[in-house]
Design a protein around this ligand. Structure first.
Ligand code: IPE
Ligand code: IPE
Ligand code: MG
Length: 244
């Protein structure tokens, strides 16, 4: 990638990793095999993102609504998450990747909560890539949670007015910039309760490729498509200079 192209890359890519079940179904495999294969795509995409010097990557791995799936599937998904953490933590340290959870993990098994918190603490000083994993995440819950915390602080007199900046500071993503590009794999044209506040002006890209098949070529295609977009933020082209 040339220097010029590099400068047009998004600073924050968010991905709704969808289609694991369908990938497995077309191969007559159990759904969980799709999740195992999907984990390979996660590894791939994290590596490429870091190599491209994109500083933020947020992956939707488990929604609050996903708790309604069959128990065995939920259990296996959480197990896979534990395995991922165990395998990847040393790599994250080597590759200067900061790991963060976006969401509310209090319903997770205690051991997994501990593992997640330990990974966050251990990688807190890493700087090259901020890898944010949305877990038990709901955009509406995040907003409600922010309102609750905000009201508490208002009661205490810690804050006296609310604007976008103040509100943002109560979200799970308080120190993460809004995504520039949102990718959804496997063709579904919906946001499924993901980052509702944060995607106000995010460019959306949907591909039919299923998540387990989403590797370098598909990712580069998404990034190239993003670089062709003209982001106007409600303004007109002539007035845009100076806006990042
Ligand atoms: C995405 O794949 C992974 C999670 C939601 C955890 P799905 O499991 O939703 O796959 P499909 O949509 O059934 O194909
Ligand atoms: C969205 O996918 C959640 C994740 C990718 C983790 P789903 O498969 O759960 O979304 P719906 O049910 O198609 O909206
Ligand atoms: Mg799905």
């Amino acid at each position: 990638m040339s220097k010029l192209e590099q400068s047009k890359l998004p600073a924050h890519v968010a991905i709704i990793m969808d289609g694991n079940g369908r990938w497995a179904k077309t191969r007559n495999l159990p759904r969980v095999e799709g999740h195992v294969q999907g984990l390979e795509s996660v590894r791939n995409i994290v590596t490429i993102t870091r190599e491209l010097r994109i500083p933020y990557l947020t992956l939707y791995a488990f929604s609050k609504e996903n708790w309604s799936r069959p128990r065995a599937e939920v259990k296996r998904l959480l197990e896979l998450l534990g395995i991922f953490l165990e395998n990847e933590l040393p790599l994250m340290m080597d590759e200067d990747i900061r790991f963060r959870v976006v969401g509310d993990i209090k319903d997770f098994p205690k051991k997994l909560q501990h593992q997640l918190n330990a990974a966050m603490q251990k990688t807190a000083g890493n700087k090259t890539l901020s890898l944010n994993i949305a877990l038990s995440y709901s955009g509406r819950e995040e907003i409600l949670n922010a309102v609750r915390l905000l009201l508490k602080d208002m009661d205490k007199g810690d804050i006296t007015h609310i604007d976008e900046k103040v509100f943002q500071s109560y979200l799970y993503t308080r120190d993460i910039p809004d995504p520039d590009l949102l990718i959804r794999t496997s063709g579904e044209m919906r946001v499924s309760n993901f980052l509702l506040w944060q995607i106000a002006y995010t460019e959306i890209y949907v591909t039919d490729t299923l998540w387990p098949d989403f590797r370098e070529d598909a990712y580069m295609e998404a990034l190239r498509e993003y670089m062709k977009r003209e982001r106007r933020f409600g303004s007109v082209k002539e007035n845009l200079s100076g806006r990042a």
